[in-house]
Write a new protein. Structure first.
Length: 276
């Protein structure tokens, strides 16, 4: 009897999980479906919209109006650039916190994480003025810098949790063999932490790719990423449903594909050290 109850519970939980997953994914699915319709068909009732003819018209119009690949390349440069800079800073910082901790190490780490809770709009005006004065408005360099600073606390925290799982005796043995600090980090610590660094890198790329607030406020055209590409088709009147859906699909497709193929690595990285 207990076995039947357990199987029933597993079935119900599985159905509930799939239902929740479908509800979460449904807006993306509806956006993709709407992108293959004309503007006239996109505003019809759901049944009429689904039964209307399928077309690539919206994609052709979006590509003719906007240079998708220029925005795509800006997103690639900004997300990868900010990730690499963050890793260069975070790996030594996480090493020092994990293997040479001080009295205030945990307090410092919590303070860094608390900055993620601060509303971005609170520093919009001073940030904008600084970008204007230093000539960084609408530049890739400026966006790489701001996205690096935004995501740096998360990167440091994740690497810190990975490094804490590495036995300190290995690093001590390397020092006894004459390894310098640079060699210890580059040739001993980093190779052992490759899975954790890869997970952190993937997560940071996704966070940087999806960042909309700062990319919309600090760019216009030259360094505009795909978030600006999507925003150019938004309208308060809602007149461009099909084009907006097509632009959104083109913008989220690369990161959806990356997330799909790297989901095991991401889950492994995010849950690393959670179960002892």
């Amino acid at each position: 009897m207990s076995r039947n109850v357990s199987q029933t519970r597993v079935t119900l939980v599985t159905i509930a999980a799939w239902t929740v997953g479908f509800l979460i994914f449904f807006p993306i699915l509806w956006t993709i479906l709407m992108s293959f319709k004309t503007e006239g068909d996109a505003i019809k009732t759901p049944i009429e919209m689904l039964t209307s003819p399928w077309t690539m018209e919206s994609y052709h119009e979006v590509q003719e109006r906007s240079d998708y690949f220029r925005h795509f390349w800006n997103s690639v440069v900004i997300s990868l650039g900010s990730t690499l800079v963050a890793l260069i800073i975070a790996i030594p910082a996480a090493w020092s916190m994990a293997f040479v901790p001080g009295k205030r190490t945990k307090d410092l780490l919590m303070w860094m994480l608390s900055t993620k809770m601060m509303p971005a709009v609170g520093v919009l005006v001073p940030m904008y003025l600084m970008f204007r004065d230093f000539g960084l408005l609408d530049s890739r360099l400026g966006l790489v810098g701001v996205l690096t600073l935004i995501n740096l606390p998360i990167v440091v925290w994740m690497l810190y949790t990975y490094f804490k799982e590495i036995p300190g005796e290995i690093l001590e043995a390397a020092r006894m063999d004459g390894a310098s600090l640079r060699s210890e980090i580059l040739y001993v610590l980093t190779p052992m932490a490759v899975p954790g660094i890869a997970s952190t890198m993937l997560l940071n790329v996704i966070l940087a790719w999806n960042e909309a607030f700062w990319t919309l406020q600090l760019t216009t055209s030259k360094a505009a990423p795909l978030t600006q590409f999507i925003a150019s088709y938004s309208s308060p009147e809602g007149l461009f449903y099909a084009k907006l859906s097509a632009a959104s699909t083109m913008a989220i497709a690369p990161i959806l594909i990356l997330g799909w193929f790297s989901q095991k690595q991401l889950v492994r990285g995010l849950t690393f050290g959670a179960v002892k």
